[in-house]
Design a protein around this ligand. Sequence first.
Ligand SMILES: [Zn+2]
Length: 121
Amino acid sequence: MLNFPTKTINYIKNNLLRQQKEVEKNLKEVSEDDPAKPQILAETSEPGTDAYIADSHIKTIVLEKQLKKANNSIKTALQRIKQGTYGKCDRCGHNIEIGRLLIMPMTSLCVSCSKKTSKRL
Ligand SMILES: [Zn+2]
């Protein structure tokens, strides 16, 4: 069972939905902005340009990966809210600090566990 007040969980839920919208929008933009699309690549012949394109292509891939990851985390969090398991730490099973959830609603680790695994995304 959720031990959050309805108001709090609704706030978090809205936050998640808003972030999900944003992530999905960014994902769309990222794939449209990718300079390494075949037709664009074929048109560039200047030396040095390929490297630039490759570089920003990698950035696009990294960004896309991060966005997809964020999207997954948001989906998982929303699912957990529905199932009533939201707010439990994935690692130790303790309740995640409410302040942390308000700032990072898609987190699935409590503060101490995330410190232990602070490898970043
Ligand atoms: Zn934990």
